[in-house]
Design a protein around this ligand. Structure first.
Ligand code: FAD
Ligand code: DLZ
Length: 516
């Protein structure tokens, strides 16, 4: 009798824990394309195409490596549409003595898997996902010992654990843990932005594109622009290309935004990383090696490695620590529905229009577009965090709940009472003007305070500070902001608030059915 090894769509790693220490002749690998997963939210077309194509390529490679693979395509006539239904059918086909699976990335799926032993009367071994550098229990132990969740200290622990950018005597390379002060430069004129590596669709991907266009034609997003890596080999080439062409300037221009430049110096590796085509340690080690070889400066290597072994691991630990309650968190009592233009892109605010265009075209927007434009606007406008979370889960090719939810609920709208971020990531037009070239080309004027042409971020920011004065005035990190606010003449403050109210009243709510 055999062991059944289900491999989920974001577990496409040939060295997955469930594939270790098993004789190939004793195992059947099960990959399942199921409607429940393709539609539990109405994912961007690119995201569905990416996952199904990568799953099909992974199955081909696993077969070539000697595994027996049972692959259930979406259009199989007996496809039950769910993981549990497909495991039941596979048990009937293969009569396994046990099931072996790596823990999934979502609370919802974990609950499902935990029901399998009783349902099928078989032993179910759930292995921890050691592609992550920090285990779920390890994060909980760290959080309990500290009593707070300061990312910087977690990041230092991960630097020590991995030895990345550490000297032989246990000190951070260059003497400082965090070189952010050397980063965050505004974009200069005349920079040459490197193009990330694009991949031409092969017949497997083309078949999937036809399937997605047929079944999910009314989902958000364009698919004609699909060029993401779908295999480990392609993902490794994309990583090498990024390190050679973009990493040297990654740190310096990490927070910049430029009209028409969809990636700047960002890696666009999150879709491949989150599927498992790359592992975080491999990616971070490649950046550290480039620094050791003298190919990239320390501020770039450190800034990039911090995102991977710091932020990425941290939000995953936070997700499993705080679920399920965090999914419903709404500390700022925000109730507004998501505005319709998040789906249509029809807005004269150039920063928003650009971020939404990038999102529609590539199922991608870089971090500052997500945080300081799309997330910031939603927070200032008081949009219900769960509506924002649904949007973010739908529209990005890298979005899985374990990584999307902490960023959306904790980082962006401060809905978790500041457990993840000690201050809300809120800003007015001045921030966007400093970090981008958008404002000079926008229909609104960032310098105008009130009136129909005044930048809406300014009015919304002022209204946000007024609305949440009681909560934030005593926040240590917001003292200066409220000191500036206090210096504002009361009639200007009122004019801002009136502009914000008029604008918010005019917002068209999204039509139902876009996200779920
Ligand atoms: P780069 O800028 O090149 O960074 C390198 C890598 O660092 C990324 O590939 C990613 O793996 C990691 N990283 C950086 N910041 C974070 C972070 N805050 N959390 C987790 N990993 C991080 N990231 C996702 O992978 N999936 C999401 O669904 C997601 N939703 C987000 C929602 C909001 C509101 C915000 C503010 C951020 C979100 N992020 C999410 C984090 C970050 O924006 C993306 O990881 C990043 O934009 C991916 O593009 P990149 O690969 O070019 O990243
Ligand atoms: C997101 C997604 C989609 C769109 N489709 C599938 C699928 O057909 N089969 C599959 O195994 N996984 C898919 N996924 C990824 C799962 O939703 C993901 O594995 C769970 O959310 C756990 O993280």
């Amino acid at each position: 009798m055999t062991i059944l090894i289900p491999i989920l769509g974001d577990q496409l790693t040939h060295d997955l824990a469930s594939l270790r220490d098993v004789a190939q002749q004793d195992a059947v690998l099960l990959l399942m394309e199921v409607a429940d997963e393709t539609t539990y939210v109405r994912h961007h077309k690119c995201k569905i195409a990416l996952i199904l194509s990568a799953m099909r390529h992974f199955a081909q490679e696993a077969r070539a490596a000697g595994w027996t693979v049972d692959y259930v395509p979406l259009d199989h006539p007996d496809n039950s549409g769910s993981f549990t239904g497909e495991v039941a059918r596979a048990i009937a086909r293969h009569h396994p003595r046990s099931i072996r699976i790596v823990e999934p990335g979502e609370w919802r799926v974990k609950a499902m898997i935990e029901g399998w032993a009783a349902r099928f009367g078989l032993p179910v071994e759930i292995l921890s996902d050691d592609r992550f550098i920090c285990g779920i229990l390890e994060f909980q132990t760290w959080a309990q010992a500290r009593g707070d969740l300061v990312m910087e200290f977690f990041y230092r622990a991960m630097r020590r654990k991995t030895g990345l950018l550490m000297t032989g005597d246990g000190q951070p390379e260059g003497g400082a843990w965090n070189l952010d002060k050397d980063n965050r430069a505004p974009p200069k004129q005349g920079l040459n932005y490197p193009e990330p590596m694009h991949f031409t669709a092969d017949s497997v991907t083309n078949d999937v594109i036809v399937l997605v266009n047929d079944r999910y034609a009314d989902h958000f997003g364009r698919l004609e622009t699909f060029t993401l890596p779908v295999t480990e080999t392609q993902a490794r080439r994309a990583l090498a290309h990024f390190i050679r062409t973009a990493l040297p300037d990654f740190g310096t221009y990490q927070d910049a935004m430029v009209t028409g430049q969809d990636w700047l110096y960002h890696s666009w590796l999150s879709p491949a990383l989150n599927l498992g085509l790359l592992t975080p340690l491999h990616v971070a080690q490649a950046a550290a090696d480039a620094y050791a070889a003298g190919d990239v400066p320390l501020n770039a290597a450190e800034g990039f490695i911090r995102q991977i072994i710091g932020w990425r691991e941290y939000v995953r630990g936070y997700y499993w620590l705080e679920m399920p309650d965090v999914a419903q968190a709404n500390a700022l009592d925000a109730t507004r529905p998501l505005p319709d233009f998040y789906w249509t892109g029809e807005t004269d605010m150039l920063c928003m229009a650009e971020a939404i265009r990038n999102t529609r075209d590539h199922a991608y927007a870089h971090h500052i577009q997500r945080l300081m434009v799309l997330g910031n606007f939603a927070m200032l406008a008081g949009v219900r965090p769960q509506a924002v979370a649904d949007w973010f889960l739908v529209v990005y090719a890298d979005a899985y709940e374990w990584v999307e939810l902490p960023n959306v609920i904790g980082m962006s709208p401060h809905a978790d009472r500041g457990r993840l971020a000690t201050k809300p990531y809120a800003g007015g037009g001045a921030y966007i003007n400093r970090m981008s070239d958008h404002c000079g080309r926008c229909a609104y004027d960032v310098k105008q305070k009130v009136g129909s042409k005044a930048c809406l971020f300014n009015a919304l920011y002022c209204e946000f500070l007024a609305r949440h004065e009681q909560r934030f005035r005593r926040n240590r990190r917001m003292v200066q902001i409220y000191a500036n606010w206090d210096r504002m003449k009361p009639d200007i403050r009122e004019a801002y608030r009136a502009s914000a109210a008029t604008f918010l009243d005019s917002l068209e709510p999204a039509a139902p059915g876009w996200a779920r």
